[in-house]
Design a binder for this molecule. Sequence first.
Ligand SMILES: [Zn+2]
Length: 265
Amino acid sequence: MVAESGSFSPSAGKPRLAVESWQALGVPLDIRSFDPVTRAQIKRAHDPVFVDDLLDCRIENGFGNHRADVAASLPYTSGSMLAAAQEALRNGVGAISPTSGFHHAGYAHAAGFCSLNGLMITAMNMPALRIGILDFDMHYGDGTNDIIVQLEQQHRVTHYSQGGQRRVSGGAFLYSIPDILKRFEGCDVLLYQAGGDPAIGDPLGNWLTVEQLAKRDALVFSGLRRIGVPVAWNLAGGYQSPFENVLRIHDNTMRGAARVWLSAP
Ligand SMILES: [Zn+2]
């Protein structure tokens, strides 16, 4: 799952660092292995020629280069997201994929530190289910939307991306979360991008305090529990320096999930 992307984005290196940080929190973790997705599974969500060109390093990967280690990591990052969604569906509560770099990847293009869209690869490999995608990264999930439209999945995939909304105060955003969650009632499983880049101090965000981000996650996990929708969450963006600031945000998401998931229903 881990690669050196050779770019400004730390995303490709985050899975190991995030898991190591979580292991130090004292939260009981159950770390599972999983299978990478196959090319055939990836091609259910992306243009087949694009997939072959990307995985064979013939085109740019969204990080501004053609690195083979990034290409080699891609079936594992999307495989992790799919496995987390399947596990959340199975246990009825939730699971975590320590991944980033999905939502700007469209049907036939990589962009913005995103090579493949693991959210839509997951959705397209869970056919006949109602999938929710809640994207609270700082940026709009344009790649996700592109694939939903191109593959005509609007009837089955409910997508909400905060990045496309008019900028409101942090307090108003938190107040709106219960209403946002209502649109996911009836989903079989929800994929939640708990992006760290809205944080104050993030060069690409600079909007919400660390406390507001933790409150955001608490509202999401408790709200989904209330409506009975299992959730697979992942990391998405986060670009602060020092990188420990980003890890603190992902730590808080883990704490928020644990608080809700480990409490009696
Ligand atoms: Zn972002």
